[in-house]
Ligand binder design. Sequence first.
Ligand code: ADP
Length: 231
Amino acid sequence: MRQATPAVELVGVSRVYPGGVHALREVCFTVHRGELVAIVGPSGSGKSTLLNLLGTLDVPTSGTVLVDGHDVGTLGDHQTAALRARSIGFVFQRFHLAPGISALDNVADGLLYTGMNRRERRNEAEAALERVGLADRMHHRPHQLSGGQMQRVAIARAVVGQPVLLLADEPTGALDSASGAAVIELLRELNAAGSTVVIITHDGQLAASLPRRIQVRDGQVVADERLEDQP
Ligand code: ADP
């Protein structure tokens, strides 16, 4: 059987910033559909640079980034934006919800690019909010929600368009430990239901709880382990 196109594939990826900072050197890895992966490393190791490349917000200085089989370095701005909108759901440390509009509208806005009409967008958003356990908070605005609930709304917005990849940047970084654990549990549940999830974190403990860990240090992958590799 032919294997499905990987969610993302990095082949010999380097990123050199102006001034000659080698933020990434010859990074190679593949994330297959259905995986749950931590990218973990200390501050300055290159995680944000990787996030930008995986999220098609930047292109490598050399090497290839394939998102859902598309070579990001060969696409124009419009094609890249369309690929990003269709293929990647972002979750940020500080939620990035629009203030003053309901949870439902925040999530529905994640479908603006799809051509769905407002009714369809709202129906999909309702279903996504139900999936993240917020059926009873749809009409609340962000300031009426706890941090953990805001992150659930952000996750609903990220998955509502059924992206190939859910990319979460320190998703528990602004939460207390109980809310953070609940957010990780939710990401696990979405993964078990088929979502491909990459979590970028400096938290070694969080990373250790996930089935695959890609460790970066000084711009290089220094380990790529799966849970079953452990003794
Ligand atoms: P992390 O997210 O793990 O903290 P970064 O990807 O932000 O790591 O940074 C990796 C390296 O690249 C660091 O040495 C950082 O100082 C450098 N760097 C990051 N962004 C830029 C930039 N825009 N210009 C120059 N150097 C940068």
